[in-house]
Design a protein around this ligand. Sequence first.
Ligand SMILES: C[S@@+](CC[C@H](N)C(=O)[O-])C[C@H]1O[C@@H](n2cnc3c(N)ncnc32)[C@H](O)[C@@H]1O
Length: 346
Amino acid sequence: MIIRRGSPLQYLIEMNSFRYFHPPEARLAPRADATSRSGILVCMSQEHPPLPVGVSHGQHVPVLLKATLDTLKPNKNEKYLDLTAGYGGHADAFLAKTENFTEAVLVDRDEFAIAELDRFTQKGARLLHQDFVSAAEALAEDGEAFDIVLVDLGVSSPQLDRAERGFSFTNSGPLDMRMDRRTGRTAKELVNTASEDELMRIITRYGEEPKGVARRIAQAIVAKRPLTTTKELATLIEGTHRGRRSKIHPATRTFQALRIAVNDELAQIERLLPLLPKLLKSGGRVGVISFHSLEDRLVKRYFKEQTEAGYEAELSVITKKPIGGVTHDVHNPRSRSAKLRVAVKK
Ligand SMILES: C[S@@+](CC[C@H](N)C(=O)[O-])C[C@H]1O[C@@H](n2cnc3c(N)ncnc32)[C@H](O)[C@@H]1O
């Protein structure tokens, strides 16, 4: 099977299937020939590069770190805003350059990430435990402007690896999938209450499953509910699978779809993008890293609108083509499907 670079399918493989097919030690095994060639993923067990030295299973490795530093060019004393600070990998590197902790703002909607980021508050940084739209609106309203804004979309490795978060179908856990556990409906509520048509729409739109497959999965869910664990759901979806087994687990796309729906991920991105110029000083830089085409399409469209807006444009796009993890960050498996787009405030 040919899997195109940066396609949703490649993303799914990166995020879930590798852990389905391979024990952690397989991911850690050093390999010499660990890059994908010509955009074709040939054999999964042969393809993943080793994690960087000193990084263990479940630890989050910042994606496209060098590329973000090279393009966003943090300077001493500059003001840094990280809208998806996660485990602070990018923040560590950027703040090492700006040395300006006291004006830095780090945002995440996940309480585990916020607990991890506490180390930055000891140096004076401000943490906001909020979704990035609410945080961006509040900062813009307060007239705060930054030299660098970073948005590294999606989930972190620790979110995927902790069974109790309910993101993963390989480790059984409660069907939760909320990044922010204080609010919103869980995946359990969604699968147990949504109509068959709504489930089908979610699986088609956010999982990009063909309609026939999505219908079968939605029907099976409705017939079997209530469902409570990720394993139950994954096994149910496996049972609906017809034909030859592909390399990805049959539940991969549905899990992605539910996660996007539970966290309202695409609407969050759509609402955030027009707020970005308001958060930048003149000459300030923004970088957005996306992991699949559903996300990247939104960023690309917004940047294109800016490019075409002529005198009215607030941003000038400096990445005519996105910087891709396939060529710019071959040592980090999570980077494979990542795309970085960068713009500067006029
Ligand atoms: C890929 S990780 C970021 C990793 C980070 N750059 C690092 O180096 O550690 C994405 C993070 O963004 C957070 N996140 C995703 N969507 C969000 C949103 N709409 N609002 C706030 N945080 C969000 C997730 O909880 C997760 O911690």
